[in-house]
Design a protein around this ligand. Structure first.
Ligand code: NAP
Ligand code: ZN
Ligand code: ZN
Length: 351
């Protein structure tokens, strides 16, 4: 099946309309008409070849929501009409220890939703800036939010799970002081989720203008990280800091805010390395720097159900496909409130 999509032919040219092919559903496949797709900063890193190994043409997008339009003969869990989501992965080896534990995101054979090898044409996966996608049922998520919220659910599939997973792993909850650095797509979800889990949440931003909005998102306090006095007031006080910043920056400024045995988890994936932290800031209070990458399928479903139960969705700006390139420029300036989501109905312009 040919579908309309939006993608790039090279790392230094804008995204343009194009046609891509989707396979006919196999026995265990679910075919989905995509209603909305969020724009993650990872899409920009990948499609502009800031990370190594981008295959072109590249159709990004891994915050996918829509309706099932067809299912393979052996699919039992989904039927046409169901509201579903697809996140950052569409396959994995299915037999390693990580797959066995539902941590497919750490499987060496994980197949990302775009730019990963696949037998399907053209040989690498193509993502959600497209009208439809075909995915093995194991990697399809069920959406229990009301349909009216669907566009704002899309960002949960990456921004939501990427912040939910470390918050759960490092046990954010009542009695814990949790920092979230960077109030963009990931960070604004991190604030909402940590708040819903019952933690005391401090939002760190470089943008003075986001101060009031961060409180509305659920932060208990907001710190403008360029202000040394505001930073110093939180020295040695955090159990956990989730750092979502998409650019290299001074990690020491945040490390010294961790209390003894505290952890800063990096989820931002800048194209070039951070300056090395001062080892003494780790030794002195037995602090840790960790990393975390998206989440497995069971935890992604748990996150979606947690959000449905707590009425949590993303704060979004819905855009037509023709505005993807300008949305990228605004995202680079931190000018996003707080996730751009594409209305995929606007992709139906012939390529
Ligand atoms: P985003 O919407 O652009 O948000 C990033 C935020 O970081 C900005 O809004 C800004 O917040 C802050 N920031 C940006 N540049 C900065 C700088 N030079 N110094 C300090 N702060 C800066 O991006 P996103 O979609 O949330 O993604 C964030 C990063 O996470 C990207 O690198 C992305 O590739 C990565 N990511 C990782 C995973 C994973 O599995 N680990 C999953 C998804 C995305 P303020 O204006 O508040 O300062
Ligand atoms: Zn993402
Ligand atoms: Zn595996």
């Amino acid at each position: 099946m040919q579908v309309h999509a939006y993608g790039a032919h090279s790392g230094d040219t804008p995204l343009v309309p194009m046609a891509i092919t989707r396979r006919a559903p196999g026995p265990h496949d679910v075919q989905i008409d995509i209603a909305y797709c969020g724009i993650c900063h990872s899409d920009l890193h990948q499609v502009r070849a800031e990370w190594a190994g981008t295959q072109f043409p590249c159709v990004p997008g891994h915050e996918i929501v829509g309706r099932v339009s067809a299912v393979g003969v052996h699919v039992a869990g989904f039927q046409p009409g169901d509201l579903v989501g697809v996140g950052c992965l569409v396959d994995s080896c299915r037999h390693c220890a990580e797959c066995g534990e539902g941590l497919e995101n750490y499987c060496d054979g994980m197949v990302g939703t775009y730019n990963f090898p696949t037998p399907d044409a053209p040989g690498w996966t193509q993502g959600g800036y497209s009208q439809a996608i075909v995915v093995h049922e194991r990697y399809v998520l069920r959406i229990r939010h009301p349909e009216a919220a669907l566009a704002a659910v899309a960002p949960l599939l990456c921004a939501g799970i990427t912040t939910y997973s470390p918050l759960r792993h490092w046990q954010a909850g009542p009695g814990k002081k949790v920092g979230v650095v960077g109030i963009g797509g990931l960070g604004h979800m991190g604030i909402k989720l940590a708040h819903a889990m019952g933690a005391h949440v401090v939002a760190f931003t470089t943008s003075d203008a986001k101060r009031a909005a961060a409180l509305e998102l659920g932060a208990d306090e907001v710190v403008v990280s360029r202000n040394a006095d505001e930073m110093a007031a939180h020295a040695k006080s955090f159990d956990l800091i989730v750092n979502t910043v998409a650019a290299p920056h001074d990690l020491d400024a945040f490390l010294v805010l961790l209390k003894r045995d505290g952890t800063m988890t990096l989820v931002g994936a800048p194209a070039s390395p951070h300056p090395s932290p001062n080892v003494f800031n780790l030794l002195m209070q037995r602090r840790s720097i960790a990393g975390s990458m998206i989440g497995g399928i069971p935890e992604t479903q748990e996150m979606l159900d947690f959000c449905a139960a707590h009425g949590i969705v993303a704060d979004i700006e819905l855009i037509p496909a023709g505005e993807i390139n300008s949305a990228y420029e605004r995202m680079l300036k931190g000018d996003v409130n707080y996730r751009f989501v594409i209305d995929n109905a606007t992709l139906s312009v012939p390529a």
